[in-house]
Design a protein. Structure first.
Length: 528
């Protein structure tokens, strides 16, 4: 079993602790302590529990126990002051309070599907540093807390949060942090001032959702992230059928609190949502809660739910566009056979745009189809349309960079990568952006830099076929043939039928740049 939390993973089988994908050296006793706390995270663990299960009943001093807890905290990036992961409960004991995901061990190297870490851009992309405050009002919407007492309702509070982020993003005078970065704080006790500094925003919106039967209660609170002061707070009790109007009302209230001179009416979403859409919205919200975990199993669950949504609601654009995008991503990153479901995805994306041309995900899916068909201009056009519809759509902004990178357009590609990382400093898509930067550097002839960026992407997704491909080509062109061949052996394991012909058929690198790409791969050992 592998326990994943924050930017750490604890491998119970190999007895390895990794942080930011780097191996952390800790004593066996400290490892046992940490594992026991994680496995018993649903309760407070007392001193007697630790003595029995970690020290096998041997009496240890209070100072020994305290020192081991301190070392465990340091190993995972925690400390006694913050206690964000290991919390001391006075006169009771300690408890592991971090959000943990459990992955089954594959028995081999970490696979692409097992790794979905979220690492700050400043950590992954050295030199970015702490983001500066934008010139316009800036806000981050933290995941609303599910207060229903039912973990199965988690998707509902997540869906509320995402809709508020999207509504605020449509206001061009706002800078809104993308969904993936704010959801990195889910399940954590946060200080709004620290979050504000981390993400580079002035305001933080927090809240909670309690769904019971046909009624919903939502509380929301707006804070100044510089001073930590509360600006506005409200509680709403409504029928579930009023959920869309309620989301708009929260958006209007936030807008009015931050920019009182703005017309509140402009905060309302462009399209009208009827109560008939509630079931469709519910299904898509459930699917998104799986999709954004970016693993094989979770993506399959998302696709299954989205297929139901499309079948039940043939005129609901978001279901079509999200299913198209999920199918395309699955093929692109190696979760499913390359090229599988492509025709189905194309039909779904076209149908979504036909139903609602203002749906940014429809243009995202159409852009992905164009990218993988090496139609750079068309891909950029669709990705830009998605950004125009949602000015803070980090994945779309970064996808423009990816399309330009595969066409050898180095400078504009780098500008879009930088834009995407500012929109979403903590994003699981950072690995894709790193691979895109590697491609751009490679085609620009900067082979050492290309290898460096490929390795950064592989820190997040070591089982990426595309990431290992660009790494092997970059290393070979830089003269590191032995290391390049080792990377190529990983590619062959991940994609057994890899060849020059396969690359020509499936790689998004454009025809004008293809020979340069193949040159490095052949030096690394790729056969025709």
């Amino acid at each position: 079993m592998i326990y994943v939390f924050e930017d750490c993973s604890l491998d119970a089988t190999r007895r390895e602790l990794r942080r930011a994908n780097h191996l952390v050296a800790i004593e066996p006793q400290v490892f046992d302590l940490l594992q026991y706390l994680i496995c018993n995270r649903e309760r407070v663990v007392c001193k007697n529990d630790l003595i029995k299960h970690v020290w096998n009943g041997r009496i240890v001093s209070e100072s020994t126990l305290t020192s081991r807890i301190t070392i465990a905290r340091q190993a995972i990036g925690d400390n006694g002051a913050e206690q964000k992961l290991i919390r001391t409960v006075p006169r009771k004991g300690i408890r592991f309070v971090g959000l943990v995901r459990e992955d089954q061990h594959s028995g081999g190297a970490a696979s692409f599907s097992q790794v979905a870490q979220v690492i700050p851009a400043a950590t992954l992309f050295g030199g970015i540093g702490r983001p500066r405050l934008p010139d316009k009002p800036s806000i981050a919407v933290l995941p609303f807390t599910n207060m229903s007492g039912d973990i199965e309702q988690e998707y509902f509070s997540d869906g509320i949060t995402e809709d508020i982020i999207t509504a605020l993003s449509r206001l061009r005078w706002f800078f809104v942090i993308a969904r993936n970065s704010t959801f990195a704080y889910k399940g954590r006790n946060t200080d709004v001032r620290l979050v504000g500094r981390d993400l580079g925003v002035r305001y933080i919106l927090e809240g909670s959702v309690r769904k019971s039967g046909h009624r919903v209660r939502i509380t929301s609170q707006l804070s100044d992230a510089i001073s930590g002061n509360h600006i506005w707070a409200e509680r709403y009790d409504r029928e579930l059928t009023d959920i869309f109007a309620l989301q708009d009302e929260i958006t209007v209230s936030v807008t009015a609190a931050i920019e009182p001179k703005l017309l509140a009416a402009e905060a309302l979403r462009a399209e009208t949502r009827s109560t008939d859409d509630l079931d469709a919205w519910d299904l898509v919200a459930r699917a998104l809660s799986h999709f954004w975990k970016l693993t094989t199993i979770e993506n399959e669950a998302a696709i299954s739910i989205l297929r139901q949504a499309v079948e039940r609601h043939p005129n609901y654009a978001p279901a079509h566009s999200m299913l198209a995008f999920a199918l395309l991503v699955s093929s692109y990153v190696g979760w499913s056979a390359v090229g599988s479901d492509r025709e189905v995805a194309a039909q779904l994306a076209s149908r979504a745009a036909e139903l609602d041309n203002s749906d940014p995900w429809a243009h995202m899916a159409l852009g992905f189809l164009a990218l993988t068909s090496r139609q750079t201009e068309q891909a950029v056009c669709h990705f830009q349309a998605a950004v125009d519809l949602n000015p803070n759509f980090a994945a779309a902004a970064g996808s423009i960079g990816i399309a330009l990178a595969h066409d050898g357009q180095f400078e504009p590609a780098m500008r879009h990568f930088e834009q995407a990382m500012r929109m979403s400093p903590r994003d699981p898509f950072n690995s894709f952006f790193a691979f895109g930067i590697s491609i751009a550097q490679y085609l620009a002839g900067n082979y050492s830099d290309a290898a460096k960026w490929a390795k950064k992407g592989l820190q997040l997704r070591p089982g990426s076929p595309g990431g290992n491909c660009i790494l092997s080509a970059s290393l070979a062109q830089a003269g590191n043939i032995q290391e390049a061949q080792a990377a190529m052996s990983v590619v062959r394991r991940l994609q057994p039928n890899i060849s020059s012909a396969w690359i020509k058929q499936w790689s998004p690198v454009t025809e004008e740049q293809m020979e340069k790409y193949l040159e490095g791969l052949r030096k690394a050992g790729l056969t025709d």
